[in-house]
Ligand binder design. Structure first.
Ligand code: KIV
Length: 285
């Protein structure tokens, strides 16, 4: 039986930061997983454009369209009505102009019931954050490894390793906070860079992914934590259970049982009364 959860709101999240209680955040793309995440007490869900890879099988997030995101984010909201739901803006739905960014951010709020949006990029994206926030939509920035720019970054690798590059990320974080971002995700930066940025944040929640323990909260990709992405497992992900293995074994067992006529068993089908059966046979003569 579903347990009722109190709605996670912006004041709730800032209260957790004030109490130094780390915030939990996971990616999610579908209704049943959203239901389980809400039941488990997860506070934030990101409907990430990573769905292009984890759910749709592309090699990158770039082919994901706004309509893909709307379909998945709506399903997640139906499964998890009380989590703080973040819609991830896909490639080229915000980069071209403030106006395009606001219109697409608005779709997440109006069509899916999202609580906020996330977009990738540093100071160059600060005007987009400001335009979205000015339209009344809470916005989250995303720095460090930003998958939509993976070609420019030279692959899925640690960002901000040198002092000079780390300083650029810290400056970007300030620019996004000044533009009105209420949170920033730091993906794959060294732990001490994440610590410095977290300590410098004044009114901004710093969330980490593969960036150490010092952020105000942690994000993980759901498929990585349950062995559900067959192509690779990033070092930063901890596997909390091997659902992929459980599913594969179940599929093999189903295949074998059908082949040797063990499934279906008597409890898996419905019968018909003798008189109805006889009448049917007569009708078909
Ligand atoms: O799309 C996504 O899931 C993301 C994470 C990689 C942070 O943006």
């Amino acid at each position: 039986m579903a347990e009722a959860r109190t709605k996670v709101t912006l004041p709730y999240l800032f209260e957790k930061v004030a109490k130094s209680e780390p915030i939990t955040w996971l990616t999610c793309y579908d209704y049943p997983t959203a239901y389980f995440q809400e039941q488990a007490g997860i506070e934030m869900i990101l409907v990430g454009d990573s769905l292009g890879m984890t759910m749709l099988g592309f090699d990158s997030t770039l082919p994901v369209k706004m309509d893909d995101m709307i379909r998945h984010a709506s399903a997640v909201r139906r499964g998890a009505p009380n989590v703080f739901l973040v819609g991830d803006m896909p490639y080229m739905t915000y980069q071209p102009s403030d106006e395009i960014a606001v219109l697409n951010a608005g779709r997440f709020m109006a069509e899916c019931g999202c609580d906020a949006i996330k977009l990738e990029g540093g100071a160059a994206m600060a005007p987009r954050i400001k335009a979205i926030v000015d339209a009344g939509i809470p916005a989250i920035g995303h720095l460090g490894l930003t998958p939509q720019s993976v070609a420019a970054l030279g692959g899925f690798r640690l960002q901000g390793k040198s002092a000079a590059l780390a300083k650029l990320i810290a400056d970007d974080a300030k620019a996004l906070e000044d533009a009105g971002a209420f949170a920033i995700l730091l993906e794959l930066v060294p732990d001490r860079v994440c610590q410095i940025i977290t300590e410098r944040a004044e009114n901004c929640i710093i969330m980490g992914l593969g960036s150490g323990p010092h952020a105000h909260g942690q994000l993980l990709i759901y498929h990585d934590m349950f062995g559900l992405y067959p192509k690779f497992k990033p070092k930063m992900a901890k596997v909390f259970g091997n659902a992929g293995e459980v599913i594969l074994n179940g599929l093999k067992a189903y295949h074998d049982e059908v082949k040797c006529a063990k499934f279906p068993e008597r409890e898996n089908w419905f019968g018909m009364k003798d008189e109805e059966y006889d009448a049917l046979k007569k009708m078909l003569e």
